[in-house]
Write a protein that binds this ligand. Structure first.
Ligand code: GDD
Ligand code: MG
Length: 398
């Protein structure tokens, strides 16, 4: 795969944010020595390197009552070497949708001879394991793991740690194009191969996110991402004193991290999770507040933003849903200890303009979870050990 080399890097404390890098070629052919001039502008990641990294990667697919056909397409696009971890919060009562997902995944794994794990977010065994591992923050009053995409991602990250993976990548289950899924994972691998620090994050920017109106319109920016990016950039600008537009992936649902980084970041609940990751990185390593982790501060935290070739098309969940995404995302910016007066005002203006809050209100503070390193992994592993086989899509086949 060929990707543009990072042309511009913004440095904030120990954080290095690379400007968007475009994918030039999805398949760059056989490995050969590149002429030196080419290396300056272009980053070629060889197939073997991509495969090696995919082998170390778990792809986490959060899902909640998505169309089965879409889910089926998504799993077919995940490269063979990756371990798939599906974390589902789908209904089990009237129609057991989880069962249907499980069956679909099992059949896929059976015929493709690969490994995958599937867990349900409300599985009492997982909740109990968290309790025993000293991480009750993720549990609600009913003793179960709370609802939300972020909550699903977090439990799946713990499973990836048990599976001894080095990287996690996230892909939504409502994606229409298996080819796009395949490309996301290759971008993750490419980003990881460029990283100089073990604390690395790769965030996807899609080239187009088509809208169907009269015919198809290849739109690039969604309203929610535009606003979120502007507010995060303002947060950074006021700290450095130089206005910046560096962040273009504030809401990127499709993103990946080294587990080294994943373990040390605080997370926000539900759809606030992606903007909060960036805010957590700036808070922890931006140099304004005390450094959150010595080793990561020393190596630096690297962020790559990679623009894909495939357009992104996913389920449209309506206007109301857009607001449900915007509000918590801006809430994390507003309530960050880094947030200055001007950025706060910007957040309020945006939210009021979108009618997301009334004139005299502030956005509420999203729930924050402590970093996963707080989980006693040994204890957690011990608690689910007997059940881990039942999470395998190939249960009973080995
Ligand atoms: N396990 C689990 N638990 N999964 C969930 C839950 C939950 O409670 N809620 C939603 N999901 C799954 C959905 O089924 C989907 O696969 C994925 O999480 C994203 O949720 P959507 O509801 O489709 O979100 P979206 O498409 O509006 O927003 C996505 O893209 C944004 C940026 O473009 C999300 O990934 C956002 O987090 C992201 O910011
Ligand atoms: Mg979606």
């Amino acid at each position: 795969m060929r990707i543009e080399s990072p042309r511009y890097t913004e440095r904030v404390g120990s954080v290095r944010i690379n400007d968007v890098q475009k994918v030039l070629e999805l398949d760059s052919g056989r490995a050969k020595e590149l002429p030196r001039e080419e290396k300056i502008a272009v980053q070629k990641t060889e197939e073997d390197t991509i495969k090696d990294l995919e082998e170390k990667m778990a792809i986490i697919i959060p899902t909640k009552d998505e169309k089965l056909k879409l889910f089926e397409g998504v799993i077919s696009g995940v490269p063979h070497e990756c371990l798939i971890i599906v974390v589902s919060n789908s209904q089990r009562k009237r129609v057991d949708r989880f069962r249907m997902e499980r069956d679909t995944l099992s059949q896929f794994c059976h015929f493709t001879r690969r490994q995958a794990l599937i867990i349900h977010q409300k599985d009492p065994i997982l909740a109990e394991a968290l309790r025993e591992a000293g991480y009750t923050e993720l549990l609600g009053e009913d003793g179960q793991i709370r609802d939300g995409k972020a909550e699903g991602m977090m439990i799946a990250m713990l499973i990836a740690m048990i599976a001894k993976k080095n990287y996690v990548g996230f892909i939504d289950a409502d994606n229409y194009f298996p080819g796009a899924v395949w490309e996301y994972v290759r971008c993750y691998a490419s980003g990881f191969s460029m990283a100089k620090s073990p604390y690395v994050m790769v965030r996807i920017l899609w080239r187009y996110k088509p809208k169907i109106s009269t015919g198809m319109y290849f739109k690039k920016w969604g309203r929610v991402s535009e606003i979120t990016n502007r507010c995060i950039n303002s947060l950074i600008s006021t700290k450095t004193g130089f206005e910046t537009e560096i962040i273009k992936t504030g809401n990127a649902g499709e993103h990946a991290m080294s587990l080294g980084l994943a373990k040390i970041l605080p997370y926000a609940s539900s759809y606030a999770v992606e903007p909060q990751e960036l805010v957590s990185i700036f808070e922890g390593f931006g140099g304004v507040l005390p450094m959150a982790h010595q080793a990561a501060a020393k190596h630096g935290v690297e962020i790559f933003q990679i623009e894909t070739r495939n357009p992104h098309l996913h389920e449209e969940k309506g206007e109301q849903h857009q607001q449900e995404m915007l509000l918590p995302g801006l809430g994390v910016i507003y309530h960050s200890p880094l947030c200055d007066k001007d950025t706060k005002q910007m957040v309020l203006d945006e939210l009021r303009q979108q009618n997301a809050i009334s004139q005299d209100k502030e956005p509420s503070k999203p729930r924050l979870y402590p970093p996963l390193k707080k989980v006693d992994l040994q204890q957690f592993t011990k608690a689910i050990k007997e059940h881990i086989d039942s999470y395998s899509a190939l249960e009973g086949e080995q």
